[in-house]
Design a protein around this ligand. Structure first.
Ligand code: SF4
Length: 231
């Protein structure tokens, strides 16, 4: 049992995460698109994608205890939580946060760049993992060792800004590391906002009808202003 003296101690680094923002919105992407969702955005990313729309999360943030984070999540009425960034897997304590949210009965998603080991993620969490296309400038950071780890809860996202990107994504789906395309819950093709129109991508997706591939657009950017934060 904690004593009064112990409980008055300041939190240690092991109890905290650096959080950019926590907000309640509509999930704009993945097979969960359209559902109310609470977002926990962690600070920091070691990639610099050309199209990044969350550069403010690279450095801005405050250290918050896991208890504070969960208490803020619990203020909102839904049971779906996405842990995102930045790159959430850079902070190792994120695994404890996700497990505690699962224990509390939440459906938990993590959105990750795919540049880090997804193996330690709690098996109850739905992993939404990018495979970075050439125009991101970060294609070389794709961690190919993650592909055999993908399972039935997981979704792989290609963010497509150019014809070269589309051809690259198509090649990964048709001839990438065998097995992962059949195992995952979904393969998402998403246009880079402002670079490729939804119609351009839709035309390609319809022409090829690749197995398991579904197109998505960032629904939250249609509901609110595209650059609005906290939605
Ligand atoms: S991985 Fe995500 S947060 Fe990091 S630079 Fe790329 S788009 Fe931005």
């Amino acid at each position: 049992m904690s004593t009064a003296v112990e409980s008055s101690k300041p939190p240690t680094a092991a109890d905290t995460l650096t959080i950019n923002e926590i907000f309640y919105s509509i999930q704009g992407e993945s097979t969960f698109a359209g559902q109310p969702c609470i977002f926990v955005r962690l600070t920091g990313c070691d990639l610099r994608c050309t199209y990044c729309d969350t550069e403010y999360a690279f450095y801005e943030g405050k250290r918050r205890t896991l208890g504070e984070i969960i208490a803020e999540v619990e203020k909102h009425p839904c049971r779906l939580v996405e842990v995102t960034g930045g790159e959430p897997l850079l902070q190792k304590r994120v695994h404890t946060l996700m497990s505690r949210l699962c224990d509390a009965g939440y459906t938990v998603l993590i959105e990750t760049s795919g540049a880090h080991d997804i193996g330690p993620v709690d098996s109850r969490v739905h992993r939404i993992m990018d495979l970075k296309c050439p125009s991101s400038g970060e294609c070389a950071r794709n961690r190919i060792e993650n592909l055999p780890l993908l399972g039935v809860r997981d979704e792989v996202k290609f963010v497509i800004g150019t014809e070269e990107d589309y051809a690259w994504a198509k090649a990964q789906v048709l001839a990438g590391v065998p097995g992962w395309t059949d195992r995952v819950n979904a393969i998402l093709f998403s246009p880079v906002f402002g670079k490729m129109t939804p119609l351009e991508l839709a035309t390609r997706v319809m022409a090829d009808a690749l197995p398991r591939v579904r197109m998505q657009i960032q629904m939250h950017k249609l509901i609110w202003e595209p650059n609005q934060r906290g939605v």
